[in-house]
Design a protein. Structure first.
Ligand code: BGP
Length: 468
């Protein structure tokens, strides 16, 4: 639908930007931090690991000052679980706790609302060595960690995100470094069940311990289109929407397994074991809002049985290769691609809002959205008009969704400042602030404002009225 007049962004809209601890902080073993599963992951050849990243752990004050200058009214970051509880279950690390107090205090002093991701891929290694999420004891470990966070920071932090991209950890864990190669589907969906239980316990704890606390899940969302209007293509798209999205959101919101997802799990021999009492835990509480990371949509067709085609497809967390007997991936001829091959679909963001809103009627928060590109620093400047175009087009679609009557509470573009990509090193940049380092040459790690910095500053200052 087209509108003659658009509704404005609401007062109090959270103009934010996002990062994740292991991709920005560095200081991977400083001040008592324990190793995480990511610290033992070998990045693809030619790309950096996460040991120094953007050195935010030591430069957080300078970084927060930049975020304040940018005009952010909110900032999404993650807390590193192994910085707080180094071995996942034992003593709390006071130095780790103190670091996030300093960071949160700096944000609050600048009038920036903290949005905290409690767990963004970096499971404590000690837990992984005891079976990770396949071990039910990890549910208790997470619940205890959640309680530590709510008690420590609950007076200062109102917005909480339980688990970043749980669906991508299940579907593409090997690519992003959260699943060991060769983990079976059965194991993955058992870990998924346990994460759901952990999340449900966090909902309860948050509501019990945080005054005015608001908590939600943060899956990745890549709305699935059928390649054609052939009814079997439509069903294939529906299947992937269920497997990729509704399985996770239905459990988070209503505490129930989507019946089509359950049928898929049974068909694949991957249905998890559900113990007595689990369903009560899942239905005991609900999220206050739904967060989602949005980069693109996906297009699929009915399964053709062409294994060679499927195996030839490049796959990562935003590009599925397809699944035998379920769907084939297809290219969308109407969409451009980034330098890294991800399709660009701003209108798909509006469609995603509608899909989530129609289904759940809960406030929605975009917790990631952005363009990875090979930015160039020349004479202290970074001209990134391609990023401005990308973000402008997506923000315009948010305003259309607001005009559709969808309750959108905020927008956190990825990323606030440059950081290390999940599996493509530092050359793939997303930030409003350039961090001067190469894959293996750390240089000075100096910060430079990109052109997109001044542009986003104007967007925020005008509460979204000036996107030009
Ligand atoms: C999401 C992750 C982020 C981030 C982003 C961009 O899946 O939540 O951690 O990295 O994708 O992905 P990449 O770094 O692979 O380009």
């Amino acid at each position: 639908m087209q509108y003659r007049e658009l509704k404005p962004f609401p007062d109090g809209f959270l103009w934010s930007a996002a990062t994740a601890a292991y991709q920005i902080e560095g200081a991977w073993d400083a001040d008592g931090k324990g190793p995480s599963i990511i610290d033992t992951w070998t990045p693809p050849e030619g790309t950096s690991d996460f040991t120094v990243a953007s050195d935010h752990y030591h430069r957080y004050a300078e970084d927060v000052a930049l975020l304040a200058e940018l005009g952010l009214t909110a900032y999404r970051f993650s807390i590193s679980w192994p910085r707080i509880i180094p071995d996942g279950t034992g003593e709390v690390n006071p130095a780790g706790v103190a670091f996030y107090h300093r960071l949160i205090d700096a944000l609050v002093e600048h009038g920036i609302e903290p949005i905290v991701t409690m767990y963004h891929f970096d499971l404590p290694l000690a837990l992984d060595q005891q079976g990770g999420w396949s071990n039910r004891a990890t549910i208790d470990a997470y619940a205890r960690y959640a309680e530590v966070l709510f008690r420590e920071y609950g007076e200062k932090v109102k917005y909480w995100l339980t688990i970043n991209e749980q669906n991508n950890m299940i579907l593409y864990g090997e690519v992003i470094g959260t699943a060991r190669p060769g983990t079976t589907k059965r194991e993955l969906y058992q870990t998924n069940h346990h994460m759901m239980l952990a999340q449900a316990r966090a909902f309860r704890l948050c509501h019990a311990l945080v005054p005015d606390g608001r908590i939600g899940p943060a899956p990745n969302f890549a709305l699935v289109y059928p390649e054609t209007c052939h009814p079997l293509d439509v069903l294939a798209a529906d299947d992937l929407n269920v497997i990729r999205h509704w399985l996770y959101f239905d459990l988070a919101v209503d505490g129930v397994y989507n019946s089509i997802a359950w049928a898929y799990l049974e068909e694949k021999g991957a249905a998890p074991e559900i113990l007595p009492g689990d369903l009560e835990i899942l239905t005991a509480d609900r999220p206050d809002f739904l967060a989602f990371n949005y980069y693109n949509t996906q297009t699929v067709a009915r399964p053709s049985g062409d294994d060679a085609e499927r195996q030839s497809r490049v796959a990562d967390q935003q590009m599925s290769p397809g699944e035998e007997g379920v769907y084939d991936s297809a290219d969308n001829p109407y969409l451009a691609r980034t330098e890294f091959g991800w399709e660009v679909d701003p209108i798909g963001l509006r469609a995603s809002f509608r899909a989530l809103w129609n289904r759940y009627r809960l406030p929605l928060l975009v917790t990631e959205n952005g363009l990875g590109a090979f930015d160039r620093l020349i004479d202290g400047q970074v001209h990134d008009p391609y990023r401005i175009d990308y973000l402008r087009d997506h923000i315009a679609q948010i305003q259309l969704a607001i005009s559709d009557g969808v309750e959108v509470i905020g927008y956190c573009p990825w990323s606030a400042i440059d950081l290390v990509s999940t599996h493509q090193g530092v050359a793939k940049r997303y930030g409003f602030v350039y961090v001067d380092r190469d894959e293996f040459d750390l240089k000075e790690l100096a910060r430079y404002r990109k052109d997109s910095f001044a542009w986003y500053q104007r967007v925020i200052a005008s509460n979204g009225a000036e996107l030009g």
